[in-house]
Structures are given as C-alpha cells and as structure tokens.
Design a protein around this ligand. Structure first.
Ligand SMILES: Cc1cc2nc3c(=O)[nH]c(=O)nc-3n(C[C@H](O)[C@H](O)[C@H](O)COP(=O)(O)OP(=O)(O)OC[C@H]3O[C@@H](n4cnc5c(N)ncnc54)[C@H](O)[C@@H]3O)c2cc1C
Length: 449
C-alpha cells in the first residue's frame, strides 16, 4: 500500500504531535508514524510521571523539614499506591493522543518508520511519501558499551518499578539521576549516585550544586564523583557495579538505573537513504530546523542537533517547523530564547541563561549578586537549610545574563527571570515592581538589590 501526504511526521511526542496537528489544522494533509505508544516521552515516561513521584516526595520532605519548628508527625511514601496513582496520569495518554489525531484527520501509523528515499519511508507494509518529512523521533538512553549493560534499568523501568528495593544505584550525575535518587531516598531506599567526573549537574551553577549535594548527604543519598562505571555483574538478585578511575570500588544493589545521558533516536531511521546528514548529536539542521542536506526534511525536539533536551525546547522547535512548512516565503528561525533548567529536588534548583564560567569565557563585563538564601525568613519558615542564588547582570544597563537559584518555588521564580531576560527587563525594574508580600517573587528584591 502506498499513501501520499503533504506532511509525514516520524514520532508522536510533543514535537511531532504539535507539527502534525498545526499542519492539518491549516489545510495540509498529515500523517504521523509512531513506533511505540502515541504520546512520546514527556507524558508517558518522562516529565509527567516523574513529577507525580517528585511531588509526593516533596510532601514528605516538606513535613520532615518542619520537624523542630512546630510541626509534628511522620509521613512516608507508599510506593505501590504512588505507582498506581502515577498510572492514572500515564494510562489515558496513548488513547487521548490517538483520538486527538483522529478528530483532526491526522492519519496514524503504528509501525516504526524507516526512510526508503529522500521523501519516502516505510512503516510496516505501508509506503508513505511526504512533500515534507519531519523527523521527531526524540532520544533514547546512551548505549554504555560496558560489560553487564543488559542488567541496567532504563529511566522508564525505574518509573515502572513495582517494588522499590532497599538499595538502588544511579549511574551518571545528571538531573534524571538526582531527581530519581531524591524520590527513592524519600521512599526509604539507600540511594547512591555514581558520577564519572568531578562535577555533577553540569548545566547548573556549581556553588548551588554543592548545596544540593550537602542536602542530599544529610538526607542519606551518597554521591561518588570521579567514579566511572566500568562493568556490572549479576549474582542471583544482586548486582555489583565496578567503578574505575581514581575510585576503584564495588557497589552492590539489586537495581541499577541508567542516568548517564540520552542520544538522538536516529540509528534505525536509515538517514543515508534520504540523504539526511546527522552527527552523534542528532540531525544537522539550519536555523529553520530544516535538514542542511535535504530541504524536504525537517527535524524537531530531542532528535535535532544539539539543543537542550527539554519539552519546552521541543515545542519551540515544533512551532518553528510548522510555521516554516506552512509559510515557505516567511520562514522564521527557531530562536534561542532564555530556557529555564530545573532540578525537581527539595529544595528546587533552577537556572536560566549563562553560567558564570560561560559569561567569563565570552568576555562579558558582568557583575554578580550572590548570597545564601537559607537565612531569609521565607526559607526559615519552611525549615529550608540549603538555599542560595547567583545573578549575573550587565553592570551598566542591569540586563540579566544569567540567574541561578536554589530554594522554594525556584521553578516559578526562574520563569519570572526568563520572562524578564526575554523582554529586556532590568534588575532595577524588577526591584521596582510591586510584588505580593511575603512571597518568593518579592524575594527577587533580596537577590537583585
Ligand atoms: C525521565 C525523564 C524526565 C524528564 N523530565 C523533564 C522535565 O522535567 N522537563 C522537561 O522539560 N523535559 C524533561 N524530559 C525531557 C523531555 O521528556 C523531552 O525533551 C521531550 O519529551 C522530547 O520530545 P520529542 O517530541 O522530541 O521526543 P519524544 O517525546 O521522545 O517523542 C519521540 C517519539 O518518536 C517515536 N519514535 C522513535 N523512533 C521512531 C521511528 N523509527 N518511527 C516512528 N516513531 C519513532 C518514539 O516512540 C516517541 O514516541 C525528561 C526526559 C526523561 C527521559
């Protein structure tokens, strides 16, 4: 069977789904090819289920942090009940996504897509041809290439654990390991993070990361740096993880989780058949998210050459691709905008814009406002012992280059700063704003003053 469309999209995640719906709503025929369940990582095995677990953990740690300041009582996580609750968010997604395509007249093909030519591909028995083909196949765990790799759980398997073991090891010191370790430790497991180099959570301010690590240590989570995992061995129900480098050691746990980075999902697409250039960072695109080697092909989301692997970034790419397909005479770049990065631990760590090291490398003239936020009344009331901030701004104009904050509501405070950065709002204008009081918006005045 052979079918022709204006737009054929590979992948039904936030990027692919957004593009197919927008193109169809604006009069183009559109099909989506999906190799797994419709919906993609974010709602099925990423942001959404993770946040259900993190929010429950936060309810517990929040109560614990209030001990000794007037609040009594114990709280804990019931893993099985929490998993059942998490499923109520995940289970409806594939059906709802499929239905939303059907309602709009977007055809859905549920077999992996493989290119057969510059604008043709195969999904199962069906040959599809698109005037435009969009690659939005997302990312997958980085292959580790170490002995015993097959024993390691993926992040998806962690989010589906029926029973939480007493000990659990997270491989890699990125945000996924840190968030999962926080949840697992709050639920009662002894969590260990093994990170191959000196600095974990590289996208965040290192001084604030030190405070996160101090909080994690108090909460019983062990971090080992310069501890690259060399191999994993199974002995009945127990795994032994061997680390090399400066820290040759053996760690034991029944479950080891891969948090050591994700790579673009391109290996199975046969990109050479379509003449689409790719690097190990993903499909190589121009500023309009169009393949540099095949102008009929576009890429969006985690699969596109390096950009932050985050849902709002995937949505920004998708918005640009849909616009550019619909308006070839008025193409718009997928503009780089200040994009917040968040670690959903307790307290939350967030950042937007440049790290101080980057500002220095770029030779910018900047001034730094930084401090310990744990002594603010706002933090003391919540029993928060580790909090802080660092703001980098132009000393003459007050325009913000970068902002980093560890503390309550950091995910929202950083949104305010991202908006200020995008619209050129200066530090003195932020200070001058009328904020509700007491609030963490008001606390911006302490950070900027
Ligand atoms: C554990 C975890 C937590 C995360 N937490 C956050 C968070 O808190 N905030 C945030 O912003 N981001 C978070 N992310 C990242 C976010 O989920 C991704 O950036 C986002 O989902 C990328 O969307 P996408 O559309 O590019 O790809 P995806 O959502 O991955 O969709 C790609 C789709 O393509 C399909 N596919 C793959 N190969 C083929 C093929 N050959 N043919 C057809 N279909 C194919 C896949 O099955 C998938 O459904 C998290 C990710 C993980 C793993």
């Amino acid at each position: 069977m052979s079918r022709q469309y204006d737009v054929v999209v590979l992948g039904s995640g936030v990027a692919g789904g957004t593009i197919a719906r927008r193109c169809k709503e604006n009069g183009l025929s559109a099909a989506v090819v999906e190799s797994g369940q419709p919906g993609g990582v974010c709602p099925l095995r990423g942001c959404e289920p993770k946040k259900v677990l993190a929010d429950a953990a936060k309810a517990v740690t929040s109560l614990r942090r209030h001990h000794g300041i007037g609040v009594k009582g114990e709280a804990g996580l019931d893993w099985q009940e929490l998993m059942r609750f998490k499923q109520t968010f995940v289970e409806p997604v594939p059906g709802a996504v499929a239905k939303s395509f059907e309602k709009r007249g977007v055809d859905l093909y549920l077999e992996p897509g493989v290119f057969t030519g510059p604008t043709t591909l195969r999904s199962g028995e069906v040959e599809l041809e698109g005037r435009h083909v969009v690659i939005a196949t997302g990312s997958e765990p980085r292959p580790l290439g170490i002995p015993g790799e097959e024993h390691i759980h993926s992040s998806t398997q962690f989010l589906e654990l029926e029973k939480l073991p007493d000990q659990i090891i997270f491989m890699g010191g990125g945000y996924i390991s840190f968030e999962f370790a926080y949840v697992a430790a709050t639920a009662g497991a002894h969590a260990v993070i093994l990170h191959r180099s000196q600095q974990p959570l590289k996208q965040f301010d290192p001084g604030l990361v030190d405070k996160v690590v101090a909080q994690y240590t108090e909460d019983g989570i062990s971090l080992h740096v310069n501890a690259p995992v060399m191999s994993v061995e199974r002995n009945h129900d127990m795994l032994t993880v061997y680390t090399g480098g400066e820290n040759e050691a053996a760690f034991k746990a029944p479950v080891v989780v891969h948090g050591a980075g994700r790579v673009p999902s391109i290996a199975a697409l046969d990109l050479p058949a379509a003449g689409v250039d790719a690097s190990r960072h993903g499909v190589v695109v121009n500023e309009y998210m169009q393949s540099v080697s095949n102008p009929a092909v576009w890429a969006a989301g985690d699969v596109a050459e390096p950009d932050l692997q985050l849902t709002p970034v995937a949505v920004a790419h998708a918005t640009a691709v849909a616009h550019n397909i619909l308006h070839p005479d008025d193409m718009r770049p997928a503009r780089a905008r200040p994009t917040p990065n968040v670690l959903f631990s307790d307290p939350v760590l967030a950042g937007v814009g440049l790290l101080e090291e980057q500002a220095r490398e770029q030779g910018l003239d900047y001034e730094v406002s930084q401090g310990d936020a744990a002594k603010w009344a706002e933090c003391r009331r919540l029993g928060i012992r580790y909090a802080g901030y660092k703001i980098l701004a132009n000393p003459d104009t007050g325009h913000i280059y970068g902002a980093h904050y560890l503390g309550p509501h950091a995910e929202e405070v950083i949104n305010i700063i991202a908006l200020a950065m995008r619209h050129g709002v200066t530090t003195s204008e932020l200070i001058d704003n009328v904020w509700s009081y007491p609030s963490f918006g008001y606390a911006l005045r302490y950070m900027l003053g």
